[in-house]
Design a protein around this ligand. Sequence first.
Ligand code: C2E
Ligand code: MG
Ligand code: MG
Ligand code: MG
Length: 287
Amino acid sequence: RAKSAGGNRFELADPEADARAITRHGLTTALPTALDRGEFFIEYQPLVNLDDGSVRGAEALVRWLHPQHGVLGPDRFIPLAEHTGLIVPLGRWVLEQSVRQARQWRERHDEATAGPLRINVNLSPCQLTHPGLVQDTVEILQAAGVDPDALCLEVTESALIGADDDLLKPLRRLAEMGVDIALDDFGTGYSNLANLRRLPVSVLKLDRSFTQSMQQFPADPVDLKIVEGIVSLAHSLDLAVTVEGVETGAQAEQLRILGCDTAQGWYYARPGPPDRLHELALVDATG
Ligand code: C2E
Ligand code: MG
Ligand code: MG
Ligand code: MG
């Protein structure tokens, strides 16, 4: 009974769940000031051409260096930021930093690499419905002197399921300007494939679960057929296919044979500081 437990008035059915709730509460409280205090930082993970292994760009992945809890991954705080509305200024900050970074890479690389390094930035559904998205993006690109076609915005498949025209309008405008739109975590959202035609996307990012099923050799024949089907559908709609979570050379080879275009994963590099990408791209370009 509670009383015998040291006068504690609360019986905790699940102490771990309670600890998680307390942390969540603490994080939610600390979140609004974290941006002003400069506690967020961005790691970049290379996007690699599957045909020749060359670095084509990077995805920006935000982290929070919390004064007590250390480095927190986005899964810990993005949902809270969405809930509290901080995601709009946070997302704008990530976009601005990433685009500036792309400009710096460009200045250091353009002559050495085959083309400018591109930058991929994740967009929360809350940012899609925020009226400032298009204007902010235009201003950020102009201020940094970066072409729209060097930017790819990633939106999850689930965010666009059943999206009406109002939601798609800002994405269409960005796409018309030359910004690429990628459908992130594709294959997890049970979207109607015919629906793809309606969306202003130019890249499918195949979810990590597909890559994982390429772990065994030979891979499950049904999984192979599914990926093969997605790739051929994507290509027939003029969409490029990027694969996430590539951890082994065998997976990379299998996905290359299946016709995927671009890959991302620990096999190539973990997310890291911007200079790391610079080194990887340069090594890649010079030999
Ligand atoms: P995502 O966009 O699907 O990003 C890919 C995630 O897979 C990243 O996790 C990355 O670190 C991880 N990953 C990459 N390669 C491998 C691999 O080979 N194996 C495994 N097991 N994992 C790999 P991360 O950094 O924890 O980000 C998680 C999610 O948080 C992202 O998923 C994205 O949806 C979201 N996120 C990250 N940054 C932002 C941001 O600035 N804004 C918004 N709205 N969401 C973000
Ligand atoms: Mg992403
Ligand atoms: Mg993804
Ligand atoms: Mg994913």
